[in-house]
Design a binder for this molecule. Sequence first.
Ligand code: MG
Length: 460
Amino acid sequence: MALFGTNGVRGIANKELTPEIALDLARSLGTLLRERKGAAPKIIIGSDTRISGQMLQNAAVSGLLSCGAAVTDIGIVPTPALQYYIKQHPDADAGIVITASHNPREYNGIKMIAGDGIEFSKDDEKAIEAIYFSKKFYTADWSETGCLLRDENCNEEYIAGILEATDRKAIEKRLFKVVTDTGNGAGSLTLPDLMSRLGCRVLSIGAQPDGKFPWRNPEPLPEALTEMSAVIRHSNADLGIAHDGDADRAVFMDENGDFIDEEVMLAAIEKYVLQKEKGPVVTTVATSRRFTDIAEDAQVQIYYTPVGSVDVGRKMAEVNAVYGGEGNGGMIFARHQTCRDGAMAAAVVLEFLAKSGMKASELKKTVPDYCNEKTKIKLQNSDAGKAMAEISEKMVRDKKEIGYQSAETIDGLKLHFKNGWLLIRPSGTEPIIRIAAEAKSKEEAEKYVKIGRKYVEEAK
Ligand code: MG
C-alpha cells in the first residue's frame, strides 16, 4: 500500500486520515531524521485553516516529541510560508504542514518538507513509508523527550521576503486596485496584507480564516470565483487574485473579471522571468507547448518531469533552473524559493504589469496561442497500470497509422505530432485514465483526444 499520493498523504479527516496515522507518520519522520542526523532533529510544524488541523497537528507533535525532536509550531500558515521559514532557518531539519490544499472541506492531509524547503523526494517518502509500516519507531528515553516551542513570526517573515524579492517601487507607482479571494484559507493571513504593502488598494473577499470554508470550495476554479469577477467589474479593479486552501497556487482574473488561463499565465511569466535572468526552466509533460516555445525563443534548456510540483521543484534544484511550474496556478521562482508560491506569483504578476504598462487582459497576447482538450475515462477492471501497458504497446505499434512523430514515457504516454501532442496518463489515486491534447486548432485537439479515447476504450 502506498501512503503518499502526488502531494503528501490525504484523506477525509477522522475517517481516512486519523490522529493515529498522523502520530505514526510523524514518528516515522522523526525516526528517519534521527537516524540520518545521529542526534535529535529540529522540525517545524504548521497547518492551514481546516478545522481538523489542530487534531492532526497535535497528534503529529506528540509523535515528534516522542522521538526526542525539537518542534516549533508556527501556527496557521500558507504552505510556501512554512517552506520559506525552513529556508530562512538552516537549523531546521524538516517541516510538516497539515493541509489538504485544494481538496473539499472534509479532507485534510499531511505534507512533509525536507531541510532544503522542498517537499521530500519520492525515495525519501518511500523510506518514511517503510518505517511507518514496520512500526520500528525511535523512542527517546524519558529524559530526552522533545520540547515544543511557538513562533508566530512566520507569516511576517514570509511577506517581508516577498517584498524584498520584488520591485516594490515599480508596483507602488501604478496604484493598482486589486481584488483578492483567499477563500477562507491560509492565504487570508498573507495575501491582502502583502498586496496593501505593495501599495495596492485592496478589496478582499473570503479573507477570514475559517476551516468550514463558508465562502467557496478551496479549489479556485473559475466557476467558484464568480463573486470575485463581479467585484472586479463593479469596482473597476485592475486584477483579481485567488488562492487554493494552502495558498501555494494563485490564479488570476483580468480587469474585465475574465479568468486568465493558467497555462497562459505560466508562460507569460516564464517569458518575463527569462528576460531578466537566463537559465534552465522545468515543467511537467502535461504543460502547454506555450512553455516550450518560450524556452526555445529564449534559447534556454527545458526539462520535463512527471506531473506534480514535487518533481518540478526537485528537478529545478538539480539543474539550477530559474523558473518552473505547472499549468494549474503553481509557479516556482528559484531566486526566491524552489517551491510553488502563490503570493510570490501574485507579486511577480503585478511587477510584470507595472513594468510593461500592460492591462491584465493584454497578457495573453504575449504568448503563443494553442487549444487544449481533455477527458477522463473510468476503468472497469480498475488496474490503471495494466491498462496503460496495453494502450502504450498498441499505440507504439500503430505509429504510422496514428501519424505521430515521436513518443515519450516520462509520465504515461505522450505522442508528439507536428503541431501538437496527445498525453495518456493513469491517475495515481483512482482507476481513471486521463487523456489530454493540445493543438493549434480546437478541431485538431479534439481529433487527438478521439484517437486516445479509442485506445483507452479498447483497454478498459
Ligand atoms: Mg495547494
